[in-house]
Write a protein that binds this ligand. Structure first.
Ligand code: XLS
Ligand code: CA
Ligand code: CA
Length: 437
């Protein structure tokens, strides 16, 4: 197999004092933390779309990045070379998982048949490479937002023929994901939303989205695909409003349509911030409602209001994310997928390594800090104490649903006006800094 990244050797752990930029300073796959290796905690995945298909284009300009696997004259060779390069990259980086959209690994052909022929061909190649390397598929998905036919949505399209086309694509993507032993399958509603309500029947579109997901649930059972289904919230972009706005609106939708048993959430950091939340808020909401599935690890830019999909480097975010994930018992079918892209000016293939190394190290540092926070129980104890009134006989009576408003009245008359307690936010922020510094 040709060497697509000839200047980079396998990235190794060299510790925090290493001066080698192409080494891990904190991520040591085999290191055990709270009884589990780092590798198993994170289940890091590389995404195919940004990493191998994203070449730096933006709305104002074409590609800036030149790749040696992207230079073949015909589509078949280019597609196969890209897959070879991807597996070389996964191995050199030392990640055990990858993720793809159907259209990233096999660009759409003139007809559905041609698209699927390409997909079958590349899936065969990927299966072989997975077997040779031990690298697994975290999740697969179908791109139902790039082609012009999907401009008004896929499952929420006003035209049932387009709903059908999307159904045919998902049917195939599910088969391919199963064939590749995928641990999950993601539904991201790229254009499942609207540009203007003047031409939109919102209620009907939501019903159709639910119908679509039920069809997928049924087909999953039929083909005995055992992977976990995930739905990925995002409030806007590409459309002005997307129905899967955030974790809470996905939750309400899933409950209304009796889908909550079948799908968990794939929380993306940058989508959380676009929705006006923090990444940690979305994770906590998912955990509180038993919906934590997987994570798309990236970040936005505080000064830009769009989905910049930058590599995660913020230690507050990685620490608090890992704290929440650890408290929830860690990932099951999910993992941490770097749905992140190089900046337009980072044009060299080696930049892909720097980006992923930095992100993996940022999560390793976050994990170490979070594990210490869990062991020390400082935050846990403060929260326990803050809510301890609820553990008394009186608090329990309310929580168990046995208390009435008359009881509240009687209690208040007996005990008088309660003394408010400090929330100690500044102290807590100082304690957090101690773990991160
Ligand atoms: C786009 C989404 C997308 C999904 C998969 O903003 O993040 O890449 O993760 O379709
Ligand atoms: Ca994503
Ligand atoms: Ca994104």
């Amino acid at each position: 197999m040709p060497d697509y990244f000839p200047n980079v050797k396998k990235i190794k752990y060299e510790g925090p004092d290493s001066k080698n930029a192409l080494s891990f300073k904190h991520y040591k796959a085999s290191q055990k933390i709270l009884g589990k290796t780092m590798e198993d905690h994170f289940r890091f995945a590389v995404c195919y779309w940004h990493t191998f298909k994203g070449l730096g284009t933006d709305p104002f300009g074409g590609p800036t990045m030149i790749r040696n696997y992207d230079d073949a004259p015909d589509e078949d060779t280019q597609r196969r070379q890209t897959m070879e390069a991807a597996f070389e990259f996964f191995q050199k980086l030392g990640v055990k998982f990858w993720c793809f959209h159907d259209a990233d690994i096999a660009p759409e052909g003139e007809t559905l048949d041609e698209s699927q022929r390409r997909l079958d061909d590349v899936a065969k190649q990927a299966k072989k490479l997975q077997k040779e390397t031990g690298i697994k598929l975290l999740w697969g998905t179908s791109n139902m937002f790039s082609h012009r036919r999907f401009m008004s949505g896929a499952a929420t399209n006003p035209d049932p023929a387009i709903f059908a086309y999307a159904g045919a694509k998902v049917k195939k993507a599910l088969e391919v994901t199963k064939y590749l032993g995928g641990e999950g399958y993601v539904f991201w509603g790229g254009r499942e939303g609207y540009e203007t309500l003047l031409n939109t029947d919102m209620g009907r579109e939501l019903d159709h989205l639910a119908r679509f997901l039920h069809m997928a649930v049924d087909y999953k059972k039929k083909i005995k695909f055992k992977g976990q289904f995930f739905i990925e919230p995002k409030p806007k972009e590409p459309t002005k409003h997307q129905y899967d706005f955030d974790a809470a609106s996905c939750h309400a939708f899933l409950q209304k349509y009796d889908l909550d048993k079948h799908l968990k959430l794939n929380i993306e950091a940058n989508h959380a911030t676009l929705a006006g939340h923090t990444f940690i808020h979305e994770l906590e909401y998912a955990v509180a409602n038993d919906l934590l599935g997987s994570v798309d690890a990236n970040r936005g830019d505080e000064l830009l209001g769009w989905d910049t999909d930058q590599f995660p480097t913020n230690l507050y975010d990685t620490t608090l994310a890992m704290y929440t994930i650890l408290k929830a018992g860690g990932f099951k079918a999910g993992g941490l997928n770097f749905d992140a892209k190089l900046r337009r000016q980072s044009i060299d293939p080696v930049d892909l390594f720097h980006a992923h190394i930095g992100a993996m190290d940022a999560f390793a540092r976050g994990l170490k800090a979070a594990a210490k926070m869990i062991k020390d129980k400082k935050f846990e104890k403060i929260i326990q104490k803050r809510y301890s009134g609820w553990d008394t006989a009186f608090g329990q009576k309310i929580e168990s649903g046995k208390a009435t408003l008359e009881d509240m009245d009687a209690y208040t008359r007996k005990h008088g006006d309660p003394e408010p307690q400090s929330g100690r936010q500044e102290l807590l922020e100082n304690i957090l800094n101690e773990y991160i510094l």
